[in-house]
Each structure stands twice: as C-alpha cells, then as structure tokens.
Design a binder for this molecule. Structure first.
Ligand SMILES: *[C@@H]1O[C@H](CO)[C@@H](O)[C@H](O)[C@H]1NC(C)=O
Length: 114
C-alpha cells in the first residue's frame, strides 16, 4: 500500500513538473525566480541608479522586455531583491539602456517603467 501511495505521489509531482506550475505565469513556463539569474550582469545597475549598465545586461533586458510582464516579475522577484536589486532602480534599467522599443509606462507592481 505504501508503495502505491508513493508511486501515485511521484506521478502527480512529475505531471505537475511537466505541465509547469508556472505555465501561463508571467514568464510562461519559466519561473521569474529562475529567469532572475539571467540578469546577473545587471546586479550593479539594479542596485545603484548611477552605475553604468553593461551591454550584456542591456542585451538580457532587451530579451526579457519582449514580454513586459515577465520583465517586471523578474525585476520584482525575490531572487533579484535578495541579490540587492532595488525595484525602483531596476525599473530604470531599460531606459538607461536606451532601448527604443521598451514598454514605457508599463506598470511593474508599484512602479512604472520610465
Ligand atoms: C546618484 O547621483 C545623484 C546625483 O549626482 C546623487 O544625488 C545620488 O545620491 C546618487 N545615487 C547613488 C546611489 O549613488
């Protein structure tokens, strides 16, 4: 009996993994917390409003910016915050990168993309 319960549990967990608990979330199948690691090159820029933004950071932001809700979720993620990113500073990065097609005015939680 124990084995049956265990097997059933494993199957349920596998199905949940496969379908992705985040399917339909801000970043689709990917978790914003996991996506946040891709913004490692932006760590300094997200902490200090006067820090220069690296090309690598801007490239990542540009990529994530294709999906503004994902970009916001990543900027406001626990991962980003615990890495020292300040949301109010992070939201200024697309502007500091001079991304022409950034989602200006997009609402990121309590913040608005400049
Ligand atoms: C950024 O620069 C402004 C103007 O020079 C200054 O007032 C502000 O304190 C600086 N911010 C940081 C985080 O160094």
């Amino acid at each position: 009996m124990k084995h049956i319960i265990l097997s059933a549990l494993v199957i349920v967990v596998c199905i949940a993994e496969f379908h992705g608990v985040n399917a339909g979330g801000e970043c689709g199948r990917a978790s914003p917390e996991r996506e946040a690691f891709k913004l490692a090159p932006c760590a300094m820029a997200a902490e200090d409003e006067n820090a220069s933004v690296s090309d690598r950071c801007c490239a990542r932001i540009k990529q994530l910016g294709q999906n503004p809700s994902c970009l916001c979720a990543v900027m406001l993620s626990h991962t980003a915050r615990s890495a020292g990113a300040k949301p109010e500073v992070a939201v200024t990065i697309p502007k500091r990168c001079n991304l022409a097609d950034r989602p200006v005015g997009y609402k990121c939680g309590d913040y608005t993309l400049p």
